[in-house]
Design a binder for this molecule. Structure first.
Ligand code: SF4
Length: 211
C-alpha cells in the first residue's frame, strides 16, 4: 500500500472520519428502526362504543393526528400496528377482537381507551368483558368516560416514548406482556376516582370513573 504524501488530500483511509469532505450524521440502526416505528404508526379501525366518537374526533382536522404520522386508520389488520380499543368489549366481540389482534403484523401495540375498555366500567355484568387486558396485552390505559382527544393523544405520545426507549419491545419479546401504563387525563374532565372491587392480581388496572 502506498504511503500518503504531504500533497495527498485527506481521505477516510488516511485520516479516519476527519478525512471526509462532507458533514454527516452517525447513529445506530436500531434507533432508526425505533424512530420509524413510532413515526409511522397506523391504527386499526376498532371503535366499539361511545369512546369511538372521541377517537374519530382525534383523527379530524382540529386535533390533527397526521402530524404524528398516524392519520390513516386502516380497516385491514394487516396494515395496522396499533389497536385502539375504544369502548366496552362484549363477550361476543372478544374473540373477534383477539382474532384481529392476532392478524396484525408484529410489532403491534394496544391502547385501552376509556373506563369500559379498561375495566368494564359501569357495566359490571355477564355481557361485557371486565377489562380488555383479559383478551389482549394492553400497553397504555387511557382513563375517562369518554377520554377526550387530548387524553388519547397523551396516551399515544406515552406509547411513542415507550417504543423509542426500546423497553416496550424488549418486554414484548421476553414475556408477551403489554407495558400497562396508565396516563392522566388532559381534557379538563374531573379527576377519575376508583370505584368497584380492587383486583390485586391485575395491579396496573384501576377501575376508573369520573366523579
Ligand atoms: S367509557 Fe364512557 S364513553 Fe367510553 S364506552 Fe364506556 S360509557 Fe361510553
Amino acid at each position: 500500500m502506498r504511503t500518503p504524501g504531504p500533497d495527498d488530500k485527506p481521505t477516510l483511509l488516511t485520516d479516519g472520519l476527519e478525512g471526509l469532505q462532507h458533514n454527516f450524521l452517525t447513529g445506530q440502526l436500531e434507533d432508526l428502526v425505533k424512530w420509524a416505528r413510532q413515526k409511522s404508526m397506523w391504527p386499526a379501525t376498532f371503535g366499539l362504543a361511545c369512546c369511538a366518537i372521541e377517537m374519530m374526533a382525534t383523527g379530524g382536522a382540529h386535533y390533527d393526528l397526521a402530524r404524528y404520522g398516524m392519520e390513516v386508520f386502516r380497516a385491514s389488520p394487516r396494515q395496522a400496528d396499533l389497536m385502539i380499543v375504544a369502548g366496552r368489549v362484549s363477550q361476543k366481540m372478544a374473540p373477534v377482537l383477539r382474532q384481529i389482534h392476532d392478524q396484525m403484523m408484529e410489532p403491534k401495540w394496544v391502547i385501552s381507551m376509556g373506563v369500559c375498555a379498561s375495566s368494564g366500567g359501569m357495566f359490571n355484568n355477564y355481557a361485557l368483558v371486565q377489562g380488555v387486558d383479559q383478551v389482549v396485552p394492553v400497553d397504555v390505559y387511557v382513563p375517562g368516560c369518554p377520554p377526550g382527544p387530548q387524553t388519547l393523544m397523551h396516551g399515544i405520545l406515552t406509547l411513542y416514548e415507550s417504543i423509542q426507549t426500546g423497553e416496550l419491545t424488549r418486554r414484548r419479546e421476553q414475556t408477551g406482556a403489554g407495558a400497562g401504563i396508565t396516563v392522566a387525563q388532559h381534557d379538563g374532565q374531573a379527576e377519575p376516582v376508583a370505584v368497584g372491587i380492587p383486583r390485586p392480581d391485575r395491579g396496573h388496572v384501576t377501575l376508573l370513573e369520573n366523579s
